[in-house]
Design a protein around this ligand. Structure first.
Ligand code: GLU
Length: 450
């Protein structure tokens, strides 16, 4: 590594830290990408031309707004809404909305930044964005959720559109919330513009497979990674952390492919289930009744145990799929997993592994697929939903699932090939960052200094 590229990158990063103080998750996401870009700049210095890297790290537009709503007791509540429109060089801004008390500008910026590269890797025409609110949907009634969504959309509607910015779900935003958001958008715009949101209900512009897509896609990509090492899910023991949308459908696909999901979790604890997870029961507990995973353990019968407040990464497995939230798996957890024999880790959530965990996996020869590649199936299927909306068509489950499978296979091949091109075979972090970056960077350079 030449001193000049090293200095150039650390100068960018120092400036970014000053300009974006107090946003540790954003710093973490940028730092990982900049680290990967060093070897690109060594080979192709033109990628540093025209302030390209600084422009890539600065969102095109950042919206912060007040979201007042009235709770069931008649009290006024005030939350903060965000939409970060990060990069539209490849297509309209695209990315989910997260409703969770931990949401702040730094979290939305880290997610929006990751989304640029993830969306680029899908090969589909979508830019990167993200939004959300510090609203906590837990314990709220359906009516409270509706009033909150209506207030949120009353501001957001003027900034989105099928050619401008297309939000979707993320943590705390599923089919119910997308319904309320879409209803208010339709009312305010006086148009049934189905392409403005994805994750819609099937009767009003939604796509089959969108619900399953992030989890299924994660497993398709992991399967591809395992195959390059002559292994498969058949007979494999798998930990799936979390029990939300990504985790449930990842677990379902793992078991369809002959693997056993031996543990799942929520923010209060984890369950062990040596004989596998009962998918119908976990769906009923989490999706229909919206209860905690402890309720699953109470009803699941023999062999299933609930570990209140425990660490899921203590469980022995061949494959770990962290599907809960950012930084849920640290360096110590990575060591525990590797010592217990884990050979594959793929991120279903966005940035669930800390930098220490990623370095540990790589040094211990555990195959590691980063979220940008591994969880891109959700947003890719959102782009397929947009295609169906644009042509007023709706595709079958089989056809859409096959498109998703092909997209995930192509992502893995592209990431693997890019890592090899830069003499870093098996380093899927470098492969994903560089392959995602180049497509966006080429588009930005072609489109001038904007
Ligand atoms: N929230 C998902 C993600 O992190 C999906 C976004 C979308 O479908 O637009 O990629």
């Amino acid at each position: 590594m030449s001193d000049s590229v090293d200095t150039q990158i650390s100068n960018y990063y120092d400036k970014l830290l000053k300009r974006n103080a107090g946003e540790p998750e954003f710093h973490q996401a940028v730092s990982e990408v900049l680290e990967s870009l060093k070897i690109v700049l060594e080979k192709d210095s033109h990628y540093a031309d025209d302030g390209l890297i600084e422009r890539l790290c600065e969102p095109e537009r950042q919206l912060i707004f007040r979201v007042p709503w009235i709770d069931d007791q008649g009290q006024v509540q005030v939350n903060r809404g965000f939409r970060v429109q990060f990069n539209s060089a490849l297509g309209p801004y695209k990315g989910g909305l997260r409703f969770h008390p931990s949401v702040n500008l730094g979290i939305i910026k880290f997610l929006g930044f990751e989304q640029i590269f993830k969306n680029s890797l899908t090969g589909l025409p979508i830019g990167g964005g993200k939004g959300g609110s510090d609203f906590d949907p837990k314990g709220k009634s359906d009516r409270e959720i509706m009033r909150f969504c209506q207030s949120f959309m009353t501001e957001l509607h003027r900034h989105i559109g099928e050619y401008r910015d297309v939000p979707a779900g993320d943590i705390g935003v599923g089919g119910r919330e997308i319904g309320f958001l879409f209803g208010q958008y339709r009312r305010l715009s006086n148009q049934h513009e189905s392409g403005v949101l994805t994750g819609k209900g099937l009767a009003w512009g939604g796509s089959l497979v969108r619900t399953e897509a992030t989890g299924y896609g994660l497993v398709y990509l992991t399967q591809e990674m395992m195959q390059t090492h002559g292994e498969s899910f058949d007979g494999a023991k798998v930990i799936v952390s979390g029990s939300g949308n990504v985790a449930i459908y990842a677990a379902q696909k793992v078991q369809q492919l002959g693997g056993t999901v031996v543990a799942m979790s929520d923010s209060s604890g984890y369950i062990t289930c040596p004989n596998g997870v009962d998918i119908d029961l976990i769906k009923d507990v989490k999706e229909v009744r919206r209860e905690r995973i402890s309720a699953y353990a109470a009803e699941a019968g023999s062999g299933v145990e609930y570990h209140a407040g425990g660490n899921i990464w203590e469980v022995a497995a061949d494959v770990a799929l962290p599907c809960a939230t950012q930084n849920e798996l640290d360096g110590d957890d990575a060591k525990l997993l590797a010592d217990n024999g884990v050979r594959y880790v793929a991120e279903g959530a966005n940035m669930p592994c800390t930098p220490e965990a990623v370095h540990y996996f790589q040094s211990a020869d555990v195959n590691f697929a980063p979220g940008k590649a591994a969880n891109a199936g959700g947003v890719a299927t959102s782009a397929l939903e947009m295609q169906q909306n644009a042509t007023r068509d709706s595709w079958s489950f089989e056809y859409t699932d096959e498109r998703l499978r092909q997209i995930m296979t192509n992502i893995f091949k592209n990431v693997d090939k890019t890592a090899k091109q830069y003499d870093r075979e098996g380093d899927y972090v470098i492969g994903a960052n560089i392959a995602g970056f180049k497509k966006v960077a080429d588009a930005m350079l072609a489109q001038g200094i904007i």
